[in-house]
Design a binder for this molecule. Structure first.
Ligand code: AMP
Length: 393
C-alpha cells in the first residue's frame, strides 16, 4: 500500500512516499518557493537527485506535479494507488492526543489553533485542501507534533500564571517534536526489548527539545506554549526570565512583533556567538580560538545537561538517554561534553563509539550507569505509520 507523508510550509511542500507496511521509501522530495518567483522542486529517486524549475503558483500545483512525477516514474499507475496521505501538523492544542482523519471538524480545530502556530497551522490546512483537491480518494490523516505530549500531567503543563489563563486563552505547555520523541523512544524500547523504561530523549537540531518518557508515555518536555522554551537553540533563547521581555521592550522602544523576532531569530547560539546558529560554525570558531563561540557552546551544553538532570530526578532514574536530530546525530563534541558533564551520575562515554554520525549506535561504555544511544529520527516514517494504522482501523 502506497502512502504519502507530507509537510506543508507556507511556501514549501516536503514529501516522502512509502510502501507500507514494509516502510520502504519509494521517492522523496521538496517543492520550494511556492507562490514566489524562482520556484522549483527536487526529487530523490533510486539514490539520484534531480531539480526542476517550474512555476508553482500554489500548493495544488505542487500536488499535481507530484502526481505526474509519481506516474512518470512508475511509482503509481493511477491516483487510486495513493491510498493515504499523512500531514504533519505543528499545533494540535489540547484537542488531539493522537493522529486522526482530517474531517471538516478536525480541520476547523486546526484552524482555531492557528493563533498558537501562525506560521505552521494555516500552511498545513492549505496542504490538506490541496491534497484533497488533487487526490480526493486518498484518506487524509493529520499527525500532530504536540500529540505525544498530551500525557504530561497538569503540574508539568501548567504555568504559574493566573489559573484561568489556561481555560480562557489556552496558555499551557504543549511541547513540540512529539513525533520525533515518540519515534526514538519506540526504537529505544525495541532495542532494550522492554516497555517499562525510563527514557530521556534529546532532539537537538536547529530547534531543540528534551522529553522525559516513562513506560512509553511522555511526562515532561522542555518546549512550552511555543517552541521557544527550554533549551538554547540555533536562534531561539529558550528559558529566560519572562520579565526581561517587557523591560527590554521599554528600553529599546520596540513592539511585541520585533521582540518576538529577537527572541526567536536573533538569540540562542547566534545571539551569543554573534556569528552563526549552526553548531558546525560554532565548533569551527572554537578551533580558531573565538571566545564567544566557546561561551555559546558552554551555555548550550549546560542547558542540555540541566534538563537531563532535572528529568533524571523526575523519572527517579533513567535507563537510556537518546540523542537525535541534526546536532544530536552528528556532533561528536557536543555529545561528548554533555555526557562528560553527567559523570557525577555514573554515565560514561565510549570515545571511540561516539565517533559516529547519523546511525544507530550505543555510545556509552558497558559499565555506564545509564545507556546512551544515538538514534536518527524519522518523523516522516511515523507519519506514514500513523496514516497506515488509520486506514486499517
Ligand atoms: P535539524 O534541525 O535537525 O535539521 O538540525 C540542523 C542542525 O544540525 C544544523 O543547524 C547544525 O547545527 C547541526 N548539524 C548538522 N550536521 C552537523 C554536523 N556534521 N556536525 C555538527 N552539527 C551538525
Amino acid at each position: 500500500m502506497k502512502i504519502l507523508s507530507v509537510n506543508a510550509g507556507s511556501s514549501s511542500l516536503k514529501f516522502q512516499m512509502y510502501e507500507m507496511p514494509d516502510e520502504e521509501v519509494l521517492i522523496s522530495g521538496v517543492f520550494e518557493r511556492i507562490g514566489m518567483e524562482g520556484s522549483f522542486y527536487t526529487i530523490k529517486l533510486n539514490g539520484e537527485k534531480k531539480e526542476k524549475k517550474v512555476e508553482l503558483p500554489d500548493h495544488k500545483k505542487a500536488f499535481e506535479l507530484l502526481v505526474s512525477e509519481l506516474m512518470e516514474n512508475k511509482i503509481v499507475d493511477t491516483l487510486d494507488d495513493i491510498v493515504g496521505i499523512g500531514h504533519r501538523i505543528v499545533q494540535g492544542g489540547s484537542y488531539f492526543d493522537r493522529s486522526v482523519v482530517a474531517s471538516d471538524d478536525v480541520i476547523q480545530k486546526i484552524d482555531e489553533l492557528s493563533s498558537l502556530a501562525p506560521l505552521h497551522n494555516p500552511a498545513a490546512i492549505t496542504g490538506i485542501k490541496a491534497a484533497q483537491a488533487v487526490i480526493p480518494e486518498a484518506l487524509q490523516a493529520v499527525v500532530f507534533d504536540t500529540a505525544f505530549h498530551q500525557t504530561i500531567p497538569e503540574e508539568n503543563y501548567l504555568y504559574a500564571l493566573p489559573y484561568e489563563w489556561e481555560k480562557e486563552y489556552k496558555i499551557r505547555r504543549y511541547g513540540a517534536h512529539g513525533t520525533s520523541h515518540k519515534y526514538v523512544s519506540l526504537k529505544m524500547n525495541e532495542i532494550l526489548d522492554r516497555q517499562d523504561t525510563k527514557l530521556i530523549t534529546c532532539h537537538i537540531g536547529n530547534g531543540a527539545s528534551i522529553s522525559a518518557i516513562l513506560n512509553g508515555k511522555c511526562i515532561n518536555t522542555s518546549m512550552g506554549l511555543t517552541p521557544n522554551a527550554g533549551l538554547i537553540m540555533g536562534t531561539r533563547c529558550g528559558d529566560i526570565d519572562a520579565t526581561i521581555v517587557p523591560y527590554m521592550m521599554d528600553v529599546l522602544k520596540i513592539n511585541s512583533k520585533e521582540m518576538d523576532t529577537i527572541l526567536n531569530k536573533k538569540s540562542g547560539l547566534l545571539g551569543i556567538s554573534g556569528i552563526s546558529s549552526d553548531s558546525r560554525d560554532i565548533e569551527a570558531g572554537i578551533k580558531e580560538g573565538n571566545k564567544r563561540c566557546e561561551l555559546a557552546e558552554k551555555m548550550y551544553v549546560r542547558r542540555i545537561v540541566d534538563y537531563i538532570a532535572k528529568y533524571y530526578v523526575e523519572l527517579e532514574g533513567c535507563d537510556a538517554i537518546v540523542f537525535t536530530a541534526g546536532v544530536g546525530e552528528n556532533s561528536v563534541p557536543i555529545r561528548r561534553k554533555v555526557v562528560e558533564a553527567l559523570s557525577v551520575l555514573g554515565v560514561k562515554l565510549d570515545e571511540e563509539k561516539n565517533n559516529i554520525r547519523g546511525s544507530i549506535q550505543k555510545i556509552s561504555t558497558s559499565d555506564s550507569s545509564i545507556k546512551v544511544y544515538v538514534i536518527p529520527t524519522d518523523e516522516e516514517l511515523m507519519i506514514a505509520r500513523d496514516t497506515f494504522e488509520l486506514i486499517n482501523s
